[in-house]
Design a protein around this ligand. Structure first.
Ligand code: AMP
Length: 331
């Protein structure tokens, strides 16, 4: 049976952290075995905020290096830069004719951006969901792994596909949210305040680029308390988070030992954090080193992008040819 097509975008802003790893990259690694995956660095999307041109290449190369070091395999997936596939902006232009100002203005993420940057409400920002639809529809993808905040954008992609199909003839499949069989992992910030993220408290965020001592220090400072006083108490979420991390990086059985200690009210969080810190160092170290090595090897990174773009263009050019024909651009 032919593999289903999955598309996902990777933002090229900032360094990756454990939330990205366990919440996204780990799923990509599973998907690359079972699906026909198109993963792209969303560099055009990043232009809405006018990044410094000098910063673009380092940030694209960094995000590529970190994803590959984490296990994403450019042999198995098409890994490319959005800007290397000119068919994407062409489809974006076509879809823009089917996207209405009123519906774009109503998108909550657009309204948020208008509030945050009232002096930079550009057309690219308004039409962000159209570019996202083009990213997906260009490969006629059927599955898109998106977070809750992106579900509405995906619904818009379905609407644009439907409108195209009803005007010009059945062509685009309607992309659906990709759901993983098991619950997606959410990693909390080590200070217990919300999600681990690259922009909030960075001392409570473990980056894949952190050195061993930084990782140890951050984990030893993670929020804990004086421990449960009743057997089998409900675990506070910041303690649960340490267990989630331990479960992910420590040898099997270690989590059980600490879980029993928690349930028996004799857990020593200092010991648990020491154990977690060492296991995290052993986990992150090889990824960090591999990413640093790849980051220095620009020739290899360029070759990966070139090969990825070739795979992406093979699929995209067919879509554009057909779409042009259906629209009558066929002279
Ligand atoms: P971002 O860093 O916001 O560009 O997110 C990239 C991907 O990582 C998205 O799929 C997010 O859902 C995922 N992600 C980011 N932070 C976390 C977190 N703390 N826990 C789980 N997943 C996360």
């Amino acid at each position: 049976m032919e593999k289903q097509i999955v598309v996902s975008g990777i933002r090229s802003t900032g360094y990756l952290h454990l939330g990205n790893y366990f919440g996204a990259i780990q799923n990509y690694i599973k998907m690359q075995e079972e699906y026909n995956c198109y993963f792209f660095v969303a560099d055009y999307h990043s232009l809405t905020t006018h990044p410094d041109p000098k910063e673009l290449r380092p940030s694209v190369f960094r995000v590529l290096s970190e994803n590959i070091a984490s296990g994403l395999d450019p042999e198995k997936v098409a890994l490319y830069a959005q800007s290397d596939v000119p068919e994407i902006p062409e489809l974006y232009l076509m879809l823009n004719m089917l996207a209405y100002k009123g519906e774009l203005e109503k998108v909550p993420t657009f309204k948020d951006k208008v509030r945050q940057h009232p002096d930079n409400v550009n057309a690219g920002l308004l039409t962000y969901p159209v570019l996202m639809a083009a990213d997906i529809l260009i490969h006629r993808a059927v599955k898109v792994p998106v977070g809750k905040d992106q579900e509405q954008h995906l619904e818009m992609a379905r609407n644009f596909a439907q409108r195209f199909n009803s005007r010009y003839g059945e062509f685009f499949p309607e992309p659906q949210v990709f759901r993983f069989s098991d619950e997606t992992v959410k990693i909390m910030s080590l200070d217990g305040n919300g999600k681990m993220s690259k922009s909030e408290n960075i001392n409570a965020t473990i980056f894949l680029s952190d050195d061993d001592d930084t990782i140890r220090k951050k984990i030893m400072k993670a929020k804990t308390d004086s421990g449960p006083t009743e057997h089998n108490s409900v675990m506070p979420d910041y303690i649960q988070n340490l267990f989630v991390l331990m479960n992910a990086v420590s040898a099997p059985g270690i989590t059980d030992t600490y879980r029993s200690a928690f349930n028996g009210c004799n857990i020593r969080y200092g010991d648990m954090k020491k154990q977690l810190a060492e296991d995290m160092v052993a986990f992150v170290g090889p990824i960090r080193e591999k990413a640093a090595e790849l980051y220095k090897d620009e020739d290899t990174l360029r070759k990966i992008l070139k090969d990825g773009a070739e795979k992406a263009r093979a699929s995209s050019s067919v879509t554009i040819r057909e779409a042009r024909k259906l629209m009558g651009i066929n002279y």
